[in-house]
Design a binder for this molecule. Structure first.
Ligand SMILES: Nc1nc2c(ncn2[C@@H]2O[C@H](COP(=O)(O)OP(=O)(O)OP(=O)(O)O)[C@@H](O)[C@H]2O)c(=O)[nH]1
Length: 599
């Protein structure tokens, strides 16, 4: 089969610019699915994704389109995740395509995330078709946005498709543009097979399923496939394409997009970015660009009820089957008991996993404050990677510590440049460059410690710029920093799960702020609870939670008994997500308090 009638494309867009809505319209217009079959937004399949309105895992769909030239084309739409945390998956999805729709909101214009994705697409030599969406909005200004696309990205936007996914305007033009502008895949069917895995999923019956783009050769039923990086062989049990429901096929020919089931027990054997070849005629080199997912953020997850430990382990195991980027290992905390240290791609990934554990597996969890991974060089010449503050060796054993740094690109209206600089400086940022994108907007680049980004940089950025700033960041390496461990003592005892690693110049202020915050969060108990923040043996802050009962009930003026009972019940309910540490009850919020403190 020739590849001439195939077009593989993806949609890149900033969050909320309308990627999913456009995908739905393309599917609807071509009759790929009947309207009644369409759930609202087919491509975002997970419940959580729908609720949060973001794409977490890529999906793809085959669209049959009869073009104006009278020919029928196979358009494979490969969906890309829409969040910074998942940029590696985006890059693999792009590598599976020849073209990309660049969707830009007609009112908002080009944003940081758009830029990051466009640069990725250009790196992969994709043909880019600009689409200006939401032209129905009263605030739409397509001409300004066209100009921005030309000035900022340097793409010719003169024949950008004007579209309103909401009302269906421009959808036929998008389909024609895909057929006419996106190149057909190169026909390399006579070469040894190489297929790129751009996504994977776990199916309880079929095992891990690889979503692939066949770059060279082909894959047939009953072939034995080989994962080139993992060097493992599997017998194909099923090949399929998505319409978007899975339809079995006998062959995935060169240029096509589809999925492979091969009784692969674990998604960890089916890495996004790996190359599939055939065991009886293997290719010599894998496709370029393979990278293992790296965790950026770590936290401890502990069941509030210790009897749930095994359930939590089972749940993590199941989630990991579907999500090769999730890492976990058992750990114990003096304060919290048995739990797991988990690694995530970013804060959103962490939130999503936490929420799924609670919702789908019915667990109540205590989560410790997120931490990054530090490289600790010890005086004995050893290097330790530490992602849990409680595990930092004593200062006498430490020669120096390195922390991860990111390159953070922020795009803001020019009035906010001062604010961004102040904020970044305050977060130990190092100024790199600034560029006027047009008369109104500026792109500012800083090198920042990852730990500052995960604390509250993004929230602060959003509030300081009234939501106008957009942020994109990538890991650039490690740098030496004078970091110290700060312990929190409750009632004189250090609580390991509350320890944090901070820059030594910030320890005193953070310690004071944290102690104050903890004082608000820890409910009064029968006795006074001193809260202390300490670096080594030096106490940097102290607060006291006063003893409770009479205070709480005092508010009732000794009167109405039902009111009293209600109050006590409210306190009891509040205890659900609490953990007794020694004699002190600590609520979940306390463990995350560090994220909420003001410097
Ligand atoms: N007025 C108007 N609203 C639109 C249009 N297209 C999409 N929207 C709305 O914009 C919002 C975001 O659209 P989505 O399609 O979910 O955006 P997305 O880019 O897929 O978002 P992510 O999945 O997070 O990347 C939704 O509320 C849509 O209803 C349009 O043409 N006009």
């Amino acid at each position: 089969m020739s590849t001439k009638k195939i077009r593989n494309f993806c949609i890149i867009a900033h969050i909320d610019h309308g990627k999913s809505t456009i995908a739905d319209r393309l599917i609807e217009y071509t009759g790929t699915l009947q309207k009644r079959e369409m759930e609202a937004q087919v491509l975002d399949s997970m419940d959580l994704e729908r609720e949060r309105g973001i794409t977490i895992k890529a999906q793809s769909v085959r669209i049959l389109y009869k073009a104006q030239d009278g020919e029928e084309y196979i358009l494979n739409l490969i969906d890309t995740p829409g969040h910074v945390d998942f940029s590696y998956e985006v890059s693999r999805s792009l590598a599976a395509c020849e073209g990309a729709l660049l969707v830009v909101d007609a009112a908002q214009g080009v944003e940081a995330q758009t830029l990051a994705n466009v640069y990725l697409a250009l790196e992969h030599d994709l043909e880019i078709i600009p689409v200006i969406n939401k032209i129905d909005l009263p605030s739409a200004d397509p001409n300004r946005v066209k100009q921005e696309i030309e000035d900022i990205i340097g793409l010719d936007a003169s024949d950008a498709v004007l579209c309103s996914a909401k009302s269906g305007i421009g959808i036929p033009d998008i389909l024609e543009a895909i057929v006419n502008k996106v190149p057909a895949p190169a026909d390399k069917s006579d070469q040894p097979t190489r297929a790129l895995i751009f996504d994977s999923r776990f199916d309880a019956y079929k095992g891990a399923i690889a979503y692939v783009r066949v770059q060279e050769g082909s894959i047939k039923m009953k072939d034995t496939i080989r994962m080139m990086h993992d060097k493992k062989d599997f017998d194909v049990t099923e090949l399929g394409i998505f319409t978007p429901n899975l339809v079995p096929v006998q062959e995935l020919p060169c240029g096509s997009v589809g999925c492979i089931a091969a009784s692969i027990k674990n998604v960890a054997d089916c890495h996004v970015g790996d190359t599939v070849t055939l065991a009886n005629n293997p290719a010599t080199e894998p496709l370029p660009g393979y990278r293992k997912a790296v965790s950026m953020v770590y936290c401890g997850l502990y069941p509030t009820e210790s009897k749930d430990y095994e359930n939590l382990r089972d749940a993590l195991e199941k989630l990991q089957l579907n999500d090769a980027a999730l890492e976990y290992e058992a750990e114990t905390s003096l304060a919290l008991g048995f739990g797991f240290r988990c690694g995530f791609l970013g804060l959103l990934h962490m939130d999503v996993i936490q929420e799924r554990l609670e919702r789908e597996y019915n667990l109540t969890l205590i989560t410790t404050a997120p931490s990054v991974n530090y490289k600790v060089y010890k005086t004995n010449g050893e290097m330790l990677e530490v992602d849990n503050p409680a595990k930092l060796p004593p200062p006498t054993e430490i020669d120096y510590i390195e922390e991860p740094y990111v390159k953070a690109t922020t795009i803001v209206p020019k009035d906010f440049v001062g604010t961004i600089m102040e904020l970044s400086q305050d977060k130990r940022g190092e100024y790199q460059s600034m560029e006027y994108l047009d008369e109104t907007r500026v792109s500012v680049v800083y090198h920042l410690p990852l730990s500052e980004i995960i604390y509250d940089y993004f929230d602060k950025l959003k509030s300081a710029t009234k939501g106008y700033a957009s942020l994109d960041y990538e890991l650039i390496g490690y740098k030496q920093s004078p970091m110290v461990k700060m312990d929190i003592l409750l009632n004189g005892d250090p609580v390991d799960a509350l320890s944090i690693i901070v820059h030594k110049d910030r320890a005193a202020t953070r310690g004071r702020a944290l102690a104050e915050k903890l004082k608000e969060l820890i409910p009064r108990q029968m006795f006074e609870i001193p809260i202390q923040a300490a670096v080594g043996t030096k106490i940097v802050a102290r607060e006291t939670v006063k003893a409770w009962r009479k205070d709480v009930l005092a508010k009732c003026y000794g009167g109405d008994i039902s009111r009293k009972r209600k109050l006590l019940e409210k306190q009891k309910a509040g205890k659900k997500r609490m953990k007794s540490v020694g004699s002190v009850e600590i609520p979940q919020e306390a463990f995350m308090a560090i994220l909420k403190v003001e410097d």
